[in-house]
Design a protein around this ligand. Structure first.
Ligand code: FES
Length: 60
């Protein structure tokens, strides 16, 4: 599923970035070699980041 249309990022890429250590939304874009453009996807990216962090069983 495409999360970010500007950069053609999929939820899989966002999850991979999160599991590679991205802590913030901007880290996800950086990890994918791009930057947020319109910003519409940031809430979705953030919720995926939170899901991934929760799935890792960490404190936060
Ligand atoms: S949809 Fe991600 S920056 Fe525009």
């Amino acid at each position: 599923v495409y999360i970010c249309l500007c950069n053609a990022l999929t939820d899989t890429q966002v999850r991979e970035a999160a599991s590679s250590g991205a802590m913030r939304v901007r880290d996800v874009y950086a990890g994918c070699g791009c930057q947020a453009q319109c910003g519409r996807c940031t809430a979705t990216v953030l919720s995926i980041l939170r899901e991934e962090r929760a799935a890792e069983g960490g404190a936060g």
